[in-house]
Design a binder for this molecule. Structure first.
Ligand code: SF4
Length: 325
């Protein structure tokens, strides 16, 4: 299975910028950005990020607001803070960590990222396990257990390590992930073009559409939010999250209606849905005016917003507001 998979990968892999380098810094940044974010969404951020912070030293000394502004839109901002903490650690160390265990000591680097960087940048034999790999292996072995259970994850991790080509671990890991991302996709896998179809038990048993098995997961929480856009002379009212905020620390947000009970709502601008982790917000955006600005709020010039960290919810609300005018 390994040889066929690698041959297929060399021929069909997508040409992605992090695949053109062996620089551990660039590979690490790509792996962090790709956590929970699609490749197409990552591409422009990755290019811009590396222009701003071309090496670990530049990242370590970057002002936090520049870093967060460069990350704004990718979400999961703890990742941005962790990459900078890790960059500072690497600068102190004097070199990029070169082993799985030393990579694991970096903030924000879990098993997956350590295995990915160790194998791709340093050629070390550590198998990766992500959603794509888990799906492919559960189909190849017709795993009937719940893919979310620790027992099944452990079995699949063991299998990935067993299958790993120790001479080409980076390519092998990427090949399995690529297969999951482009051929063995969640819905309607493209089995006819799959390089490992003759080894695939799910395919042999006609189970490719039923696997992997996923146990029930709590349904996403639904909440409502009512945001106000209060604009005067090219400036808009915002408030800033504190540095201790568990989410989006120091990001700027539009006020919610209950934060400004004295604001006068003058019109409806629109509504949109926004999902954050397991919560879906139905966000209603209204125009409003305000006689005087209470403490804790600031007028920010609209022209300055691209240079400071503004939450994605606020950006979406402002876009809806602009279109409604
Ligand atoms: Fe996935 Fe189909 Fe390939 Fe099996 S044959 S690994 S189900 S794409």
């Amino acid at each position: 299975m390994g040889r066929r998979l690698l041959a297929w990968y060399r021929k069909h892999k997508r040409d992605l910028p992090w695949r053109r380098t062996k620089d551990p810094y660039r590979i690490w940044i790509s792996e962090i950005m790709l956590q929970q974010t699609r490749v197409a969404a990552v591409l422009p951020y990755y290019a811009r990020f590396l222009e701003l912070f071309p090496d670990v030293q530049a990242l370590a000394r970057a002002p936090e607001h520049t870093l967060l502004a460069a990350w704004a839109g990718l979400g999961y901002y703890s990742r941005a803070r962790n990459v900078q903490k890790a960059a500072k650690q690497i600068v102190e160390l004097g070199e990029f960590p070169r082993t799985y265990s030393s990579l694991r000591e970096l903030p924000g680097v879990g098993e997956y990222t350590a295995a990915a960087v160790a194998s791709i940048a340093f050629g070390l034999p550590h198998a990766v396990m992500d959603g794509n790999v888990a799906r492919v292996l559960s189909r190849v072995t017709a795993e009937g257990g719940d893919i979310r259970s620790e027992r099944v994850r452990k079995r699949l991790r063991g299998l990935a390590q067993l299958l790993l080509d120790p001479k080409q671990p980076g390519d092998f890991n990427q090949a399995l992930m690529e297969l999951g991302a482009t051929v063995c996709v969640p819905k309607r896998p493209l089995c006819e073009t799959c390089p490992v179809r003759m080894h695939c038990e799910a395919r042999k048993q006609g189970l490719e559409h039923q696997l992997p098995v996923r146990g029930a997961q709590g349904s996403a929480d639904q909440r409502e939010k009512k945001l106000l856009v209060i604009e005067k002379g090219g400036a808009v009212v915002f408030w800033q999250r504190t540095a201790e905020s568990s989410r989006l620390a120091e990001f700027w947000e539009l006020p919610e209606r209950e934060q400004l009970p004295h604001a006068k709502v003058t019109g409806y601008a629109g509504v949109f849905r926004h999902t954050i982790v397991n919560t879906t917000y139905l966000v209603e955006v209204s125009r409003a005016t305000l006689r005087s600005l209470p403490s804790g709020f600031r007028w920010l010039a609209k022209s300055s917003l691209q240079d400071i960290p503004v939450s994605t919810t606020a950006k979406k609300a402002l876009a809806i507001y602009s279109r409604s005018k």
